[in-house]
Write a protein that binds this ligand. Sequence first.
Ligand code: SF4
Ligand code: ZN
Length: 420
Amino acid sequence: IKIKITNIDIPVAFASAFEGEIIRRKDMQVEFDGSRVDCAELVHTCDASEVEDHKITVVGPEVDEMEEGSKNSIAYVVKVAGKNMQPDFEPVIERKFHNYINCIEGVYHTGQRDMQRIRISHAAYDAGFRIKHIGEVLYSQVKNEFDAVVDKCEVVIYTDPAECTRIRHEVAIPIFEKRDDRLANLTDESVDVYYSCILCQAFSPSHVCVVTPERLGLCGAVSWLDAKATNELDPNGPCQVITKERPINEELGSYEDVDEAVQKFSQGALEHVTLYSIMQDPMTSCGCFECICGIEPFSNGVVIANREYAGMTPLGMTFSEMASMTGGGVQTPGFMGHGKHFIASKKFMKAEGGIERIVWMPKELKEFIADRLNATAKELYGIDNFTDMIGDETVATDPEALVEFLTEKGHPALGLDPMM
Ligand code: SF4
Ligand code: ZN
């Protein structure tokens, strides 16, 4: 980890020492929460004439005008220009915002894309920290770390709720979807290398994500293309090439090369990791998973919960309760953090039979992934409208009601071997 102390014009300290700092509810002045209100973080490549270097604009209320302890919207658009800048680098720069904002003393950040969450502490607020200083930090760090590609940088931060809704739905989501679509034609077999990502080791020191075309990072913000671009931008940085020349078991997705890489990047904490199994040497989870999948023994299947879902699952646990069993960079067979898009992947739990094990998901997540998931189910098993067979909170939040629903629908998991 690079220890970098930078002089940025803000009223609190900025250093990697503050990266792991957590701000409890009672210590917070205000909070921004993409899982409850409209938020977004975005890097946007512009023409040099459209960017005024070091201009920082706040559109909407400042922290002073927000009620103490309240949950608010925030969307920041970092406009960059540079002759070596490529749109491929946008998600790489975006993914660093997590790290930049966390280095601010008294400010905490998790999540990414339109799901970030930020807390500003009473102490930071009392010291004079305001929204505009987030812009100051983003500006300085982007200029500082991406000087090879960014010549000019301007930051616009929206806190006006209507503007945040507009930015999220009309600007950010279409861009995120376009990025995700570019991956659609790539498979794990069609590429020669995978990539590691260790950006999250500040919080989870032994955590390593192995990013492949069909399995994006569990945060949902690092695809194989993003990891590749990260490696191009910074060959000694968080994403390293992992060769895949020595397969051990292709069903499990185990490789000697992958094992050696995770051993090295976890400083020996991990020995074996499979790409396609939730039971045998599953990939570790830090804390930023978009979703968690856990085994549901009564149906031989798995339940998936996403971060936005605050209710109960048929496992008798909420998302937060599942998260407390899954995070921290350790392997927990039977539980696994993953990105939303991994759900529709042909490699999702391939070793245990694949997506036909999915028996329950919150309705909203099911609707989000339906088109892709149904297409995969049709291709793999010839099943039409597979999502209609998957339970959600409107039909069951306990195992008995779930099994009854699955039986009625003829869900294929009921006929599979138990997972343990
Ligand atoms: Fe990288 Fe994984 Fe962290 Fe995403 S969750 S930033 S892929 S280490
Ligand atoms: Zn993480």
